[in-house]
Design a binder for this molecule. Structure first.
Ligand SMILES: [Mn+2]
Length: 329
């Protein structure tokens, strides 16, 4: 990390060129938004408003994670009549593909598009994108755009950006010795009124009791493969229906399993519908799970990725074990 997470002069000018092209902007992040996606969208909207632009933040939802529910009301579910002509630009934040944003009424090539993303699978920056795979959060990129603009960063905005950066860094647990830039950035946010204590409580608290039970169930059925280097667990459709998606606490599950000695990668299969599963992949250090996700049309980061597939839990399990055999062989 380090300097390659910082925006360059050309990034700022590419952003300004695009922002100056239109009077109205739609801002969209990925479906199933997380704190980074939500705060990036909201703060980018605020920045564009300080430039006199009209904005619409959209999200296909669902707002599943406990800590993001209160933001749902701030997002439109689709673009409706906001943009009926071509004088509108589109910002994609915390994702790089239109397919990742879900159903919000935007079709391919409908809008001139600018991407702000930090996913490894997103490629490189262009004149119409700021892509920094080494950046820990999209909110960290948005913070740089905001600060560069000279607009006043108030307490509420500082808290939003802080929440976004905390989400994707696992409250700084994923950062390493060369990530001082990120701590410098969040120090500026705290100096503007962002509260680490309140943010931590909001991110980790208020989980439904049943989510603790589900966590126990998923831990209980976890199997180890490849001499304990891969941990795999799953949730059936029947359980998804019975407990509800609100009862999931994937972050806690990954944290528990990755702290188990010898585990280098984690697979969590969730059967969302009888014929459809989503898969979360996590890894430590050298193991690259984004390459596994990419094989199934998914995406993400080296150590955190995911995808969905129209198949059964058993078929997926067998297939994924073949993929991981290539890694752990
Ligand atoms: Mn992110």
């Amino acid at each position: 990390m380090g300097d390659n997470t910082k925006l360059l002069d050309e990034d700022f000018s590419n952003f300004l060129n695009f922002a100056n092209k239109y009077e109205k902007f739609i801002i969209a992040g990925h479906k199933e938004p997380d704190g980074d996606c939500i705060t990036s969208s909201l703060v980018l909207a605020e920045l564009l408003q300080t430039m006199g632009k009209k904005t619409l933040v959209v999200s296909a939802g669902p707002f599943k994670r406990t800590e993001v529910k209160k933001y749902e009301q701030m997002f439109a579910k689709n673009i409706d009549s906001f943009a009926t002509n071509s004088k509108c630009g589109l910002f994609l934040v915390d994702c790089s593909l239109l397919g990742r944003i879900g159903e919000v009424g935007i079709s391919e090539n409908q809008f001139d598009t600018f991407i702000i993303d930090h996913h490894k699978t997103a490629g490189n920056s262009t004149q119409k994108s700021i892509i920094k795979p080494a950046a820990p959060a999209a909110a960290y990129l948005i913070q740089q755009l905001f600060e560069h603009s000279g607009a006043e960063l108030d307490k509420q905005t500082a808290n939003l950006l802080f929440f976004g950066i905390c989400t994707d860094t696992g409250f700084f647990r994923f950062l390493e010795e060369n990530d001082s830039c990120v701590f410098e950035a969040v120090a500026r946010l705290v100096s503007k009124g962002a509260s680490p204590k309140k943010t931590y409580d909001e991110m980790t608290g208020n989980k439904p009791f049943v989510s603790r039970k589900v966590l126990g169930m998923l831990l209980d059925r976890t199997e180890l493969f490849f001499n304990g280097r891969l941990a795999l667990t799953y949730e059936t459709y029947e359980e998804t229906e019975r407990f509800g998606k609100d009862s999931r606490d994937s972050d806690a599950l990954y944290q528990m399993l990755s702290s188990s000695a010898g585990v280098e990668a984690i697979v969590s299969i969730k059967q969302e519908k009888p014929e459809m599963c989503t898969v979360g992949l996590r890894s430590k250090d050298a193991v690259d799970v984004s390459s596994v996700a990419a094989k199934y049309g998914g995406g993400g980061h080296k150590n955190a990725a995911g995808f969905s597939a129209e198949t059964s839990i058993d078929a997926l399990k067998q297939d994924l074990l073949k993929e991981f055999k290539k890694i752990f062989a």
